[in-house]
Design a protein around this ligand. Structure first.
Ligand SMILES: [Zn+2]
Length: 115
């Protein structure tokens, strides 16, 4: 029997309850990242496994990397954060700067972390 959901599922299968929670943590963590107003859509990814978050992606400065880590650490149910974000100029120019800017503004309107 599974300790987490008290249900019966094969031991090689991930507990659906944990999988669901990881999904929620990932969404919350991403929302927190975006609420800082310092990241554009797609800059940083959050992979969550059993509450352990792995941050990946690329940001412009070390400062941004630290901001990302702190934002995610404060997310509910996060057990730990592995910060694997790379620091440096973007490797591609694929993203649409104007679209990402609009999204950031929208989020800023909801959050009051303006400077
Ligand atoms: Zn379970």
């Amino acid at each position: 029997m599974c300790n987490e959901c008290a249900g019966e599922h094969p031991s090689e299968m991930r507990c659906p309850r944990i999988a669901q929670r990881d999904l929620q943590i990932g969404e919350l963590a991403l929302a927190r990242l975006m609420a800082t107003g310092r990241f554009r859509d797609g800059d940083v990814r959050c992979d969550v496994r059993n509450g352990e978050v792995v941050l990946r992606g690329r940001v412009a400065t070390w400062y941004h990397k630290q901001v990302a880590q702190h934002a995610v650490l404060e997310t509910a149910n996060v057990v730990s954060v592995q910060n694997q974000i790379e620091v440096g100029p973007p490797s591609t120019s694929m993203r649409s700067a104007s679209q990402a800017g609009d999204a950031a503004k929208l989020i800023r309107a909801h959050d009051l972390t303006g400077e």
